[in-house]
Design a protein around this ligand. Structure first.
Ligand SMILES: Nc1ncnc2c1ncn2[C@@H]1O[C@H](COP(=O)(O)OP(=O)(O)OP(=O)(O)O)[C@@H](O)[C@H]1O
Length: 327
């Protein structure tokens, strides 16, 4: 398995349109005053800054988690480097959500160890929470509040100082292209706008680590692009680290610096999308151009869609509920 960090061709930030195709507002801005800690995608793929070892944003070692007799995460090892966009991929039931809930401190760590910027999530929970923004798969915006009220609520929960609140809320809404719609009820928003509102909720505390669980599930391709454009713009401006789970291999290929392909609670392949597809191409040696989906099929013995059908009812229902609510 390759951990190679070769620069990728295409899909660099600068190649992508910055206009939000749906709402026409430009993604932008840094929220709060966190120093920029990483370079934009493509500047940083060497992974080592001036010979120093890169800082680890997330370190997961031997993580196990079981619901009763059912093992959800089965000895997970993972390192997310500060400033990168890291994709955790896998079918329904692979253990992605359980793993990231352990990282966010929402679930305990029964076995193994999880650290966020060096803070142990089991013993230093509050320090970890102060560093994170989390957009869960289940929708968290209140449809009976305006966009601004939703984000203000999060600013209060995350202890954004009172005198900075209004400005930080406005910055977060602006950063996701919702400045003009800020005073409308969230219930009137499109699916893509709801997802961007949730992004603003997570960004208002100026997190060093943004964790997104299936941020684009159920959205049409234009809305998906809109969500990603805003994530990447904030990332480029602030240097925050992004840990994202997704089913969409094309999104992972386009936006993630590195990906881990997860199946049955374990990482089956890890590397840059390009290194993973290059490795498979070299192994096949038949002149074909494999995709990330092919890599997944190779390591997990089935396509993502086939494996999705094997997910438990609970997993599929949760995915569909989210898709139905944003759709
Ligand atoms: N609250 C729960 N109680 C019992 N089992 C659960 C619970 N949550 C998850 N599981 C089980 O743990 C396993 C991993 O689920 P998890 O949600 O972490 O997977 P996932 O990769 O995030 O899937 P999805 O893509 O559907 O979000 C699955 O078998 C799932 O059914």
């Amino acid at each position: 398995m390759s951990h190679d960090d070769e620069p990728r061709e295409g899909a660099a930030d600068g190649d992508r349109p910055r206009e939000d195709a749906v709402h026409g507002e430009r993604p932008c801005a840094v929220i709060g005053d966190r120093p920029r800690e990483g370079a934009a995608k493509g500047d940083r793929e060497g992974g080592v800054d001036g010979g120093r070892a890169p800082e680890e944003a997330v370190t997961v070692t031997g993580l196990r988690y079981a619901f009763g007799r059912s093992t959800a995460v089965d000895g997970l090892d993972l390192t997310v480097t500060a400033g990168e966009v890291f994709g955790l991929l896998g079918p329904n039931g692979a253990g992605k959500t359980t793993a990231i809930r352990c990282v966010t401190t929402l679930l305990p760590v029964p076995a193994g160890m999880v650290k966020v910027f060096g803070h142990d999530v089991s013993t230093d929970r509050m320090a970890v929470r102060r560093l994170l923004g989390y957009v869960p798969q289940q929708l968290s915006a209140d449809s009976s509040l305006t966009g601004r009220e939703n984000v203000s609520l999060f600013a209060r929960v995350f202890d954004v100082p009172r005198r900075e609140r209004a400005e930080r809320v406005a910055q977060a809404l602006e950063a996701v292209g919702l400045a003009e719609a800020a005073d409308r009820m969230a219930g009137t928003y499109s699916g893509g706008m709801v997802r961007r509102l949730e992004l603003a909720q997570a960004l208002v505390s100026a997190p060093r680590l943004l964790i997104l669980d299936e941020p684009t599930i159920g959205l049409d391709p234009i809305a998906r692009t809109g969500v990603w454009d805003h994530i990447m713009a904030v990332r480029a401006a602030s240097g925050m680290t992004v840990l994202v789970t997704t089913h969409y291999m094309d999104e992972a290929d386009q936006y993630c610096d590195r990906v881990a392909l997860m199946h049955q609670g374990r990482v089956r392949a890890l590397g840059t999308p390009r290194s993973l597809t290059d490795d498979l191409r070299a192994r096949l040696g038949d002149g074909s151009s494999p995709t990330l989906e092919d890599v997944f099929r190779d390591v997990a013995g089935g396509s993502l869609d086939d494996l999705d059908k094997g997910g438990e009812f609970r997993d599929v229902r949760r995915t569909r509920n989210t898709a139905a609510r944003v759709g």
